[in-house]
Design a protein around this ligand. Structure first.
Ligand SMILES: Nc1ncnc2c1ncn2[C@@H]1O[C@H](COP(=O)(O)OP(=O)(O)OP(=O)(O)O)[C@@H](O)[C@H]1O
Length: 261
């Protein structure tokens, strides 16, 4: 069994001109845990997510995954580092089928260049079959088995988000980054998603870092929660600890309470 590495965010600072989006933020995602990153609007959640996933480069500080320093890695090297990520606005090809979209996520694990694939050499054919079989398993696990050959454009929103999740899992990550997976979902889709995320964690044993606005979802499934406010870390603990933290209550009451409930 592969060991799941710890993700360490170490004193990360990120500035946009005069604005400090992240101010010496440090937290650790323990191996196999479901860790949520929350905070009011503009707190720095997306900035932090983007630093971890290599979209933004931290001004100072480090991001480490196990023994790897991933601070300066670009987003295209994520899969190689064992990180799968979902997107807030799914970056799927709407006209392609579910199967083809998820197979694209598998690309990072594919050996051989386009010449050997184009020539359909026997080992590339075998490799393709193996990848397709695994992708079918992942889609099956996520309840997409009967939709494999449908174009993504024909799917309801909740199912399209599952395809995005399937594509992130297709890289066989040890760390899964989920960027507001419940955004735009109705209550039933959100409840199903919560169940799926828990199943992914239990079945695959991987670590999951979740950036999410839906407090109900986060409080219900996270093992640990890191709270940001104005780019600073104001709390880090279990859902019960975070819920009772006066600074967290103040930060959330300072914004629209309904919006964050
Ligand atoms: N590319 C950018 N250029 C300039 N400022 C930015 C950029 N991205 C984010 N910011 C600013 O950095 C701060 C943190 O933004 P960020 O999007 O990380 O917060 P957030 O917690 O994800 O907010 P939300 O919940 O509204 O998505 C905000 O003041 C935002 O305006």
């Amino acid at each position: 069994m592969t060991t799941i590495p710890e993700l360490r965010v170490r004193e990360v600072t990120l500035r946009f001109g005069g604005l400090t989006a992240l101010d010496e933020v440090s937290f650790t995602v323990r191996p196999g845990s479901l860790h949520a990153l929350i905070g009011p609007n503009g707190a720095g959640k997306s900035s932090c997510f983007n630093v971890i996933s290599g979209v933004y480069r931290a001004g100072t500080g480090r991001v480490e995954l196990g023994e790897q320093d991933i601070t300066l890695r670009g987003p295209h090297t994520l899969a190689g580092a064992g990180i799968g990520r979902s997107f807030q606005n799914t970056a799927l090809s709407a006209r392609s089928t579910v199967l083809d979209n998820v197979l694209l996520g598998r690309h990072a694990l594919t050996r051989g260049g386009f010449l050997s694939c184009g020539l359909r050499l026997p080992w590339t054919v075998r490799q393709e079959r193996r990848h397709t079989a695994r992708v079918r398993e992942i889609c099956d696990f996520l309840g997409l088995a009967d939709r494999l050959h449908l174009p993504v454009a024909a799917l309801p929103y909740g199912a399209a988000k599952r395809v995005d999740l399937a594509r992130a899992l297709a890289v066989e990550p040890s760390l899964l980054l989920l960027d507001e997976p419940a955004a735009g979902m109705n209550a039933m889709e959100t409840a199903e998603l919560a169940h799926t995320i828990q199943e992914v964690r239990e079945e695959l044993g991987i670590s999951i870092l979740l950036v999410e606005h839906d407090m109900g979802l986060v409080m219900g499934i996270a093992d640990r929660i890191t709270v940001l406010d104005f780019g600073r870390l104001i709390a880090d603990g279990t859902p019960a600890e975070v819920r009772a933290n006066p600074e967290v209550i103040r930060a959330y009451l300072g914004t629209s309470a309904e919006e964050n409930e």
